[in-house]
Design a protein around this ligand. Structure first.
Ligand SMILES: *Cc1c(COP(=O)(O)O)cnc(C)c1O
Length: 402
């Protein structure tokens, strides 16, 4: 196997982000293929017994088993690390495999975690239900409130975990303050950056220690595979994550890694265009007299903070209808172009009712606390012509009596 320049950090670090998204991590075989090769192999063979012994002893580089390393996954890891500006990255089977690995590889019984209140439902489940079973205490805070983070710190606090913008209320967290606070107290900050991706927001530039992804979302971007990724220092990846990942096995299949590699080539184009489309659609919805929460709109209470840490506000926003669940479902049922779907980041526009889908498991009290109202809808704006989306929403609103 021959390495090409896509693996040479001294070169790729000089490239601008769009160039990295297309080329970083490319690791060509002796055939010189243009596209990244798909290595569907579980194991590897060796020329002699000494080679494999040296690899197992960690004295020689090279692959030993696809639970530890796979060339296609390694290309994706190098490309995501280059986009993030991170020392290292490892990919996992799903976003939740990444989130759970980040917490479980780092925390032990007797530790304490502080987590943002508005979050992906499964992240809240891990913090609220799984970690306590292993003796890990938690405090859940309104992540928009800097003072709440400070007040939650205890002597045994080892991790801050939050997303920004947060699902589905689009709460924005002050990255510089919260990551800086963590660092000042020797606490590891983990930022779930699925809504923004490194194209729109790079939390490490604000002091984040670990950046976690559901690559299912904008990174794949075409609704094809599930995938996750963790970016961090070489030390955290090697010392903390890898012993956990190697031995518990939440790895990404090579085929899925290959699909996400293809997605990254167009991530920059898609993230920016979908952000523009979302703004156009959100402005229409607001103009129609419906309350909208989108960090890109001046009406969002944290608009200025969002735009000080994001290049664009992303494809997702929430809207709030009077008339509760019934009105929200009537709008969904009247759509003719936008699909009813709980996925996000897709090139197709998708809409869902969080209270009965993504945030159903939190129960009514959890939803009230997280701001998930009965009349709330979440819209992921895709790559269609925004005028077609606006016309679809307009007719659906009219049919639902709005
Ligand atoms: C989707 C999502 C996850 C979970 O990712 P999967 O790939 O579905 O496992 C975690 N966090 C956020 C913010 C998400 O949007």
């Amino acid at each position: 196997m021959k390495k090409n320049d896509g693996l040479d950090r001294s070169l790729t670090s000089q490239w601008r982000p769009q160039t990295r998204a297309v080329r970083a991590g490319t690791w060509r075989s002796e055939h010189g293929e243009t596209s990244e090769a798909l290595y569907l192999t579980s194991g590897y063979t060796y020329d002699d017994a000494e080679t494999v012994a040296a690899r197992f002893a960690g004295e020689a580089e090279g692959m030993v088993y696809s639970r530890m390393q796979n060339p296609t996954a390694a290309m994706l890891e190098e490309r995501i690390a280059a986009l993030e500006g991170a020392e290292a990255c490892r990919v996992q089977a799903t976003g939740m495999a990444a989130m759970s690995a980040a917490m479980l590889c780092h925390l032990s019984a007797g530790d304490h975690i502080v987590a943002g209140r508005a979050a992906f439902g499964s992240c809240r489940w891990i913090v609220d239900n799984l970690l306590p079973r292993f003796g890990i205490d938690k405090t859940v805070v309104d992540a928009r409130d800097n003072a709440a983070w400070e007040a939650a710190i205890r002597p045994n606090t080892r991790m801050f975990f939050f997303e920004t913008p947060a699902n589905p209320t689009m709460d924005v967290v002050d990255l510089r303050f919260v990551c800086g606070l963590a660092r000042a107290h020797g606490i590891t900050s983990v930022v779930d950056n699925a809504f923004a991706t490194p194209v729109l927001q790079r939390p490490m530039e604000f002091g984040a220690d670990v950046v976690a992804y559901s690559a299912t979302k904008l990174m794949d971007g075409q609704g094809r595979v599930l995938a996750g990724a963790l970016c961090a220092s070489e030390e955290w990846i090697t010392e903390r994550l890898m012993p956990f990942q190697r031995n518990t096995g939440p790895i990404l299949a090579p085929f899925n890694a290959w699909v996400v590699l293809k997605g990254l080539e167009t991530l920059d184009l898609r993230a920016r265009r979908q952000s523009e489309n979302a703004l156009a659609v959100a402005r229409f919805v607001e103009g129609r007299g419906v309350r909208v929460l989108h960090p890109g709109l001046p009406s969002h209470p944290q608009h200025e903070l969002a735009m000080s840490q994001m290049e664009a506000a992303g494809p997702i926003f929430a809207l709030f209808l009077e008339g509760g669940r019934e009105r929200a479902m009537a709008v969904l049922n009247a759509l003719r172009l936008i699909d009813i779907s709980n996925n996000i980041g897709d090139a197709k526009s998708l809409m869902c009712h969080p209270a009965t889908t993504t945030h159903h498991n939190m129960g009514p009290e959890g939803r009230a606390e997280a701001g998930v109202e009965e009349g709330m809808l979440r819209l992921n704006v895709g790559l269609e012509d925004p005028q077609d989306l606006i016309e679809d929403l307009d007719q659906a609103f009219s049919l639902a009596g709005i």
